[in-house]
Design a protein around this ligand. Structure first.
Ligand SMILES: NC(=O)c1ccc[n+]([C@@H]2O[C@H](COP(=O)([O-])OP(=O)(O)OC[C@H]3O[C@@H](n4cnc5c(N)ncnc54)[C@H](O)[C@@H]3O)[C@@H](O)[C@H]2O)c1
Length: 335
C-alpha cells in the first residue's frame, strides 16, 4: 500500500483526497494544514470551481497536524502531496524530497521558474520520485487530443486555440505576488499543454491587462512556431462574478476539426471530419484522478513519471514568465 500525506486541505487538497481514494493501492494516512480546523479533518467552508469532494475526513485512520514538516518526517508516509498556496511549494517539496519521499506537487510547480528548477534539482538528487500536478495532461479530452496529434490521423495541426476563463477565485489568489496572477495560476495549464502538444515555441507575443489584481488577470498569447501558423491561448480570471468557469479548445487539422467545450454538458468533445460531425467519448472523469492514479502506478512499478517531468513543468513557468514580459514590453519575447 502506498501511504500518502497531503499538505494543504483547501480546494485542491480536498480534490486530491478524493483522487487518492480512487487510486489503486494508495491510502491517505496523514494530513497537514496550517488551519487547526482543517488539520482536524473538518474541510467545510472552502472555495471551489469544481466539485472538490468530501467535507469531513474520517480521522480514525489519518494523522492530522498543523505542521507540514511533522508530516514530512512521518516514517509511515511514502508520498507527500503538496497542495498549499503556490509560494510554499518549493520549500515543502524540497524538504520532502530531501527526506527521501515521493512528491506530487500542485501546479504551478513553484512561484518562479527559478524555484521550479531548484525543486527539479532536489528531485534529481532524491531517491524519491517527483511529479508536478499538470492535470490537463491527464484530462480525458486533452489526453485524446495529444494522442490524435501524435498519431497524425488527421494530418498536421494548422491552427490550435485554447481558452480558460473564470471569475476571480477568493482569498490568497487576489495577491498577485503570491499567486502570480491569472497568467501563472490559470493560463499556465494551457501554456503547459501547448508545450506538451507542439513542443517549445520559438517566441511568445502576448497582450493582457489587470482588473481584479495588480497582476495579469486576462492574457492572450500567440505561440510562435515555424511550421504551425496559428497557436494561441487565452486565460482570464476577471470575468464577472456570475460567469463561473469554462475551458475549451479548437484544433484545426488538415483533415478534421476538434472542438472541445467543457460547458457543453454530456457532449463536450466534437470531431468534424469528411463533412460529418461526431461526438467523441473519452474514458475517465477528470485530470486529478488521472494524474494521481498514474503517479501511484509509477511508484508501484518503480519507474519515474514521463507524461510530465519536473523539467517540463519548470519550462512551462519560464514560458509564462516570457508571456508576462511580452505584455510589459509590448513586444514578442524569444524563448
Ligand atoms: N490543478 C488545478 O486545477 C488547481 C486548481 C486550483 C488550485 N490549484 C493550485 O493548488 C494550490 C492550492 O490551491 P487551493 O485552491 O487548494 O487553495 P486554498 O486556499 O483552497 O487552500 C489552501 C490550504 O492550504 C492551507 N495552508 C496555507 N498555507 C499553508 C502552509 N504554509 N502550510 C500548511 N497549510 C497551509 C490553508 O489553510 C488552506 O486550507 C495552489 O498552488 C493552486 O494554484 C490547482
Amino acid at each position: 500500500m502506498i501511504r500518502v500525506g497531503i499538505i494543504g486541505l483547501g480546494m485542491m487538497g480536498r480534490c486530491h483526497l478524493e483522487g487518492w481514494g480512487k487510486a489503486q493501492g494508495a491510502e491517505v494516512v496523514a494530513v497537514a494544514d496550517a488551519d487547526p480546523k482543517r488539520a482536524a479533518g473538518d474541510l467545510s467552508g472552502g472555495w471551489g470551481n469544481i466539485d472538490a469532494g468530501t467535507e469531513l475526513i474520517d480521522m480514525d485512520r489519518v494523522t492530522g497536524t498543523t505542521d507540514p514538516h511533522e508530516l514530512i518526517a512521518m516514517a509511515d508516509v511514502d508520498v507527500v502531496d503538496v497542495c498549499v498556496p503556490t509560494p510554499f511549494h518549493a520549500e515543502l517539496a524540497i524538504a520532502a524530497l530531501e527526506a527521501g519521499k515521493h512528491v506530487v506537487c500542485e501546479k504551478p510547480m513553484a512561484r518562479t521558474a527559478e524555484d521550479a528548477r531548484r525543486i527539479a534539482a532536489a528531485a534529481a538528487a532524491s531517491p524519491g520520485m517527483f511529479m508536478p500536478g499538470m492535470c490537463i495532461r491527464f484530462w480525458p479530452q486533452y489526453k485524446w487530443l495529444k494522442d490524435i496529434v501524435d498519431s497524425g490521423a488527421y494530418g498536421r495541426v494548422l491552427g490550435a486555440t485554447f481558452k480558460r476563463m473564470a471569475s476571480m477565485p477568493p482569498g490568497w489568489f487576489g495577491d498577485s505576488e503570491m499567486s502570480g496572477g491569472a497568467a501563472l495560476d490559470l493560463h499556465l495549464h494551457d501554456t503547459d499543454f501547448v508545450q506538451y502538444l507542439l513542443g517549445m515555441p520559438k517566441a511568445v507575443a502576448s497582450c493582457g491587462y489587470s482588473k481584479t489584481t495588480d497582476g495579469v488577470d486576462h492574457i492572450v498569447t500567440r505561440y510562435v512556431y515555424d511550421d504551425i501558423p496559428v497557436v494561441t491561448a487565452e486565460g482570464a480570471w476577471c470575468m464577472d462574478a456570475g460567469y463561473g468557469f469554462n475551458m475549451s479548445y479548437m484544433v484545426n487539422f488538415e483533415n478534421a476539426t476538434a472542438d472541445f467545450d467543457f460547458s457543453r454538458g454530456d457532449e463536450p468533445l466534437l470531431l468534424s471530419t469528411g463533412g460529418e460531425k461526431q461526438v467523441v467519448t473519452c474514458e475517465g472523469s477528470d485530470g486529478y484522478e488521472g494524474e494521481l492514479a498514474y503517479f501511484a502506478e509509477c511508484i508501484t512499478a518503480g519507474t519515474p513519471p514521463t507524461i510530465v517531468t519536473a523539467e517540463q513543468a519548470a519550462e512551462s513557468i519560464r514560458i509564462v514568465e516570457a508571456e508576462i514580459a511580452s505584455i510589459q514590453s509590448g513586444a514578442p519575447v524569444s524563448l
